[in-house]
Ligand binder design. Structure first.
Ligand code: F6P
Length: 545
């Protein structure tokens, strides 16, 4: 059934017709206690939707929509190991990576708990042994530096988390990341590092990704510049589900940490892809991170829909995207150490739900994933917030902050909090022309000048945002936050009727790059390329002369 025929969808359309000319100022005038009505908590995590353009009727219909789209049944299908990734014929069980054995998850009627625990224990032991120096290089020296070579899901989660949790590293090795096939990424990252004391992690689910394999080969040569062929085996580790390829690449068995095809790349940071995080923060903290993920998994699995944080976050996103017709979503963490969080969620969201085909192969008839972007606050305020406040596009924002600072520098966190609160307030309520004019006149601005400046200086307001507050940034709270976004994206995929777990859209460009690469390497004639590409390549050749 097309979504437009779902009763609640039509009711939501009516809700929007009713609310589209209502200002957030009016909603708060009607009910100054909107926070009590539209904010939801789970322990020390609070999400405030009061500055979204919603009322009780909208929320009720959104919940009905979730029910009418069988969200609960589909969620249960995921948790029970059903093959919900239909185009790749796979289960989707990243929740099993952070489970307790009592959760009793299964794939193909095989309990996942033992296999997950075995690999988890192996890679956490390895991480602790590297940290303590128990595992060393061929010369008995400890590793001072670790480079993770990976891209997309094999990079973004680890790089974001290592940065986010740097306060927990407590003497671990220095972590570095190489993702881009641009040789400068390799050169800049390895500059000043000692190959002998550097552990290289090759992180790739498929172990075929061109960027990663190119960087991995270069890394091998870099190690060989200071170590012998047999010595480098101590310095190389693989994180992958393609064990045949890791063997062919020459990585010794005990340095290979695998995972399963039911873990999607962008959902893999709780699998062995998380090894760089464990190397940075140690096994105890890594287990805390997993506990945070699980805490949200269980909440998502069991909380009633109208109190379920990822469900509510997902539904508000549906409201913004499909009824308010807002095409983007800005994620703004007021936390410098979460500055890669928007990029991480960007892949998770856009690669999962950036689809225009339904699960049954028919075209979708509604908008799907928003364009997700963002930057840490307050920096973002000094770059693109002008457009958020006065531009012609309305950009909904998810603001995120920790109540407590993870440092004791005086005055900083208070300013961060003031800005966090000020921005959502200014976006929502704006400043009227009347007020702007009066203020200028009061400050003795010439009347004519004040009149001319007023249109430039007033703020329409009525810009929606959600405020997410947690107590502090810790391994547990980070895991909980990520899992909330993972499940939010799941919820939206169900409403939109797309398969959130494949990514066919990345294939075409990859294949074309291989074909063009064959020409550049001299194995094929340039005349085999598309007529639009031939002159560009010729221009590049000309400029390279
Ligand atoms: O090209 C997209 C993608 O397949 C992502 O889904 C994935 O996270 C990334 O490439 C890296 O893939 P792999 O871990 O197999 O190297």
């Amino acid at each position: 059934m097309s979504i437009q025929n779902v009763a609640s969808w039509n009711n939501l359309q009516k809700d929007w017709n009713r609310l589209k000319d209502v200002h957030l100022n009016d909603l708060f005038l009607d009910n100054p206690k909107r926070f009590d009505q539209f904010s939801f908590s789970k322990d020390d995590l609070n999400i405030d939707f009061s500055k979204e353009c919603i009322d009780e009727g909208v929320l009720r219909n959104l919940i009905k929509l979730a029910k009418e789209c069988n969200l609960e049944q589909q969620r249960d299908a995921m948790f029970s190991g059903k093959y919900i990734n239909s185009t790749e014929n796979r289960a989707v069980m990243h929740v099993a990576l952070r489970a307790n054995s009592t959760d009793a998850y299964e794939v193909d009627a095989i309990p996942t708990s033992d296999m997950v625990d075995d690999v988890l224990n192996e890679f956490l032991n390895f991480a602790d042994s590297i940290r303590s120096g128990k595992i060393s290089n061929a010369h008995g020296q400890s590793f001072t530096d670790v480079i993770n070579i990976g891209i997309g899901g094999s990079d973004l989660g680890p790089v974001m988390s290592v940065n986010a949790l740097s306060a927990f590293s407590n003497g671990g090795p220095n972590l570095h990341f190489i993702s881009n096939v641009d040789g400068n990424d390799f050169l800049d990252t390895t500059s000043g590092l000692d190959p002998k004391r550097t552990l290289i992690l090759v992180a790739s689910k498929t172990f075929t990704t061109i960027e990663t394999m190119t960087n991995a080969k270069t890394a091998k040569d870099w190690l060989l510049s200071k170590l012998t062929e047999s010595e480098i085996s101590n310095n190389m580790v693989a994180l992958s589900s393609n064990l045949k390829a890791t063997k062919e690449f020459g990585i010794k068995n005990e340095n290979v940490f695998g995972f399963w095809d039911w873990v999607g790349g962008r959902y893999s940071m709780c699998a062995s892809i998380g090894l760089p995080i464990a190397l940075s923060i140690g096994s105890k903290n890594f287990r805390e991170l997993l506990a945070g993920f699980r805490d949200m998994d269980i909440h998502f699995k069991t909380a009633p829909l109208n109190k379920n944080l990822p469900v509510l976050l997902g539904l508000i996103g549906i409201w913004r995207r499909n009824f308010m017709k807002l095409p983007t979503l800005a994620i703004i963490p007021y936390d410098q150490r979460l500055d890669r969080f928007p990029a991480y969620i960007q892949q998770m969201d856009m690669e999962s739900n950036g689809k225009s085909v339904s699960k049954d192969g028919s075209d979708v008839s509604i908008e799907t994933a928003p364009i997700v972007w963002g930057e840490a606050g307050t920096n973002a305020q000094h770059s693109f917030f002008q457009l958020l406040h006065q531009g012609t596009n309305i950009v909904p924002v998810d603001f995120i902050i920790a109540a407590r600072a993870s440092h004791n520098l005086s005055g900083h966190h208070e300013k961060l909090i003031s800005n966090f609160l000020a921005q959502s307030e200014a976006l929502a309520f704006g400043k009227s022309k009347d007020k702007v004019l009066k203020e200028m006149l009061k400050n003795n601005v010439d009347a004519e000048k004040a009149k001319n400046l007023t249109p430039h200086r007033y703020f329409k307001g009525n810009k929606p945002s959600t405020s997410i507050i947690h107590k502090e940034l810790s391994p547990f709270s980070l895991g909980r936050l990520i899992a909330m976004y993972e499940h939010k994206i799941f919820v939206q995929g169900i409403i939109w009727g797309v398969n959130s777990f494949d990514q066919w859209g990345v294939e075409l460009g990859k294949v074309a790059a291989v074909e063009i690469g064959n020409v550049i390497e001299g194995n094929e004639s340039i005349s085999n390329l598309h007529v639009a590409t031939q002159p560009l390549l010729k221009k590049i050749y000309e400029l390279r002369k």
